[in-house]
Ligand binder design. Structure first.
Ligand code: NAP
Length: 199
């Protein structure tokens, strides 16, 4: 895992990553290649306020770090877990624009997350900081809000049929995560006894 350093085209892949799974890695790799990015930064949300998340941010961050071991052009950023309060993407992009002032930023998200973007804080200002890259994997048309349309890049891809919800459910049911998450992530989940509690 490397630092974006002086990369000029940086993908910003925000997520709850509860847990990070192979679908996330496949998306990052596909966008890296198709948009000719120099680097993809995974940014685990500190407080994903629209989700009921029980896994501490520190564990979600650690799992992303493990998932990216050996990836030369991907790394994890702690900007969203260092900031107090609910995680808003406008703050994520502002922090990263300050950290990497000469880079062009590309915010990567899936079509489900994109469909809720008009509920996000100051969503119409996001495109002043980054091009939005929507990875469409469900084969259904993506509706782009007018205020964002000039700066949204739609990428069709046949992504891996894996979700973090499915991973958590499998753990609760006592099944293995083999093939769904990197082996190191599965070991971390086991060691920290994550996702077993039903309450
Ligand atoms: P997540 O569940 O961890 O997923 C991260 C991203 O990976 C999502 O865009 C998701 O797309 C995509 N993904 C997951 N599995 C995939 C697969 N198999 N193939 C292709 N893509 C896959 O993260 P999240 O909770 O949705 O959060 C996404 C970002 O939105 C975060 O940065 C969060 O902070 C941000 N957000 C911001 C606000 C705000 O107010 N500013 C509000 C809500 C969320 P899908 O969504 O299509 O599954």
């Amino acid at each position: 895992m490397t630092d974006p350093g002086h990369s000029s085209r940086i993908g910003v892949f925000g997520g709850t990553f509860d847990p990070p799974q192979n679908g996330h890695l496949a998306v990052a790799q596909a966008v890296l290649e198709r948009l000719e990015l120099d680097h993809v930064l995974f940014v685990p949300a500190g407080d994903p306020w629209q989700k009921n998340v029980k896994t501490p941010a520190i564990d979600r961050f650690a799992m992303v770090e493990i998932a990216l071991l050996g990836q030369e052009r991907m790394s994890v950023s702690s900007v969203d877990i260092e900031r107090q309060g609910p995680t808003y993407t406008i703050d994520t992009l502002t922090d990263l624009a300050n950290l990497y002032p000469s880079a062009e930023l590309f915010f990567i998200l899936g079509d489900d997350a994109f469909s809720g973007i008009t509920s996000w804080k100051n969503y119409e200002q996001l495109t002043q900081l980054a091009t939005i890259v929507v990875v469409s994997r469900h084969g259904t048309p993506v509706e782009v809000p007018t205020k964002l349309s000039p700066s949204v890049n739609l990428l069709e891809m046949s992504a891996l049929p894996i979700s973090s919800t499915q991973c958590r459910d499998r753990i609760k049911e006592g099944h293995s995560l083999e093939g769904l998450v990197p082996a190191g992530v599965a070991e971390y989940i086991e060691k920290k006894n994550l996702y077993r509690r039903t309450t």
